[in-house]
Design a protein around this ligand. Structure first.
Ligand code: RIB
Ligand code: CA
Length: 320
């Protein structure tokens, strides 16, 4: 029986790759994809979700619902320098020889139901069955907790791509983008009493998608591999320039992979909290992974990854 999943995303480039992996994983039944502002403004996020689903041409696409267009407290801060002006590596600017758009604007079939209402509605159906995979800022999730915490506690678990514990940040020396974008939302989720799994930079930075592997599969002409090459071109260039790697990190796809096969990672229990007010440390995920002396654990934190197994899973399901 496939596991019921809602994917909450700020569809940027790696989010799109996460959607591809989720939709191509028979172990999961993607009931809905909910959008939240983060990498890119919400309107771009929603369009990018549909463009990605169109690439898959899935016979029965999941419900797609619009969520929050701004953080709970902090100002909006996008990541256009990494994900492109359109949030999808600027594929919406690509034209073929005839001048036609390679990735035209999709027919946007968003649900009339707001993402927060949809998450709450589905969480209450068949308790302990639904997993929420959150790969953007936690604004939608926090709004749902604020609205009905008991109903959210009937979730099986929330798998969060977010945080950094022992390897430094990517938007400051100590903070990771998703948590930093809405630290107040992240703290609300940490306090909600819902089983949490953090998939932090500590492991996602080991999840490198090699540029030559992308090109090799794209050269075979498949639509998915071609889309992966097109939407990651700018993202890979950023990684070459700023991270010294010939590829890109698969932050969000790893969170999906944990929902597929949790044996890909090693986790430790920890009490995780989020700095919401520090001048230098806002968005920092604060936890001691070596001991539980600082409070009852509220999460499991991924500390190690079977890199080969994950890379093989991603290649087989997304690129091949
Ligand atoms: O820090 C990485 C995270 O921030 C990923 O979810 C990426 O898509 C960006 O949202
Ligand atoms: Ca994301």
């Amino acid at each position: 029986m496939p596991g019921r999943v809602i994917l909450d995303t700020d569809t940027g480039v790696d989010d799109a790759l996460a959607i591809l992996l989720a939709m191509r994983s028979p172990e999961l039944r993607i009931e809905a994809i909910t959008g939240v502002s983060g990498n890119t403004p919400l309107d771009h996020c929603m369009r990018n979700i549909h463009i990605t689903l169109d690439v898959l041409d899935a016979p029965s696409p999941p419900e797609v619902a619009r969520g929050e267009d701004r953080p709970l407290v902090r100002e909006l801060a996008f990541a256009g320098d990494i994900h492109g002006d359109d949030g999808l590596g600027d594929v919406t600017r690509m034209k073929d020889a005839s001048g036609a758009r390679v990735y035209p604007d999709p027919v946007q079939r968003d649900s009339p139901v707001h993402a927060v209402d949809l998450i709450l509605e589905r969480a209450g159906q068949n308790p302990d069955e639904l997993t929420l995979v959150a790969v953007g800022p936690l604004t939608n999730v926090a709004r749902a907790v604020m609205r009905d915490p008991d109903r959210m506690r009937s979730l099986r678990e929330i798998i969060i791509m977010g945080g950094t514990f022992e390897t430094g940040g990517n938007v400051s020396p100590v903070a990771e983008f998703n948590i930093h974008a809405d630290p107040h939302a992240a703290q609300i989720v940490c306090d909600a009493g819902i089983p949490l799994v953090f998939v932090p930079l500590d492991v996602t930075r080991q999840a490198l998608l090699d540029a030559e592997l992308i090109d090799r599969h794209a050269g075979e002409g498949g639509a998915r591999a071609t889309f992966v090459r097109d939407c990651t071109a700018r993202y890979v260039a950023f990684h070459r320039r700023n991270r010294g790697v010939n590829g890109c990190f698969l932050h969000d796809p790893l969170a999906v992979a944990v929902a597929v096969r949790e044996d890909l990672v090693t986790t430790v229990p920890a009490r995780v909290d989020v700095e919401t007010a520090g001048d230098l440390t806002t968005g920092m995920t604060v936890a001691d992974l070596r001991s539980q002396r600082w409070g009852e654990p509220n999460a499991r934190v991924c500390t190690a990854l079977d890199v080969q197994a994950f890379t093989r899973l991603f290649e087989e399901r997304v690129l091949a």
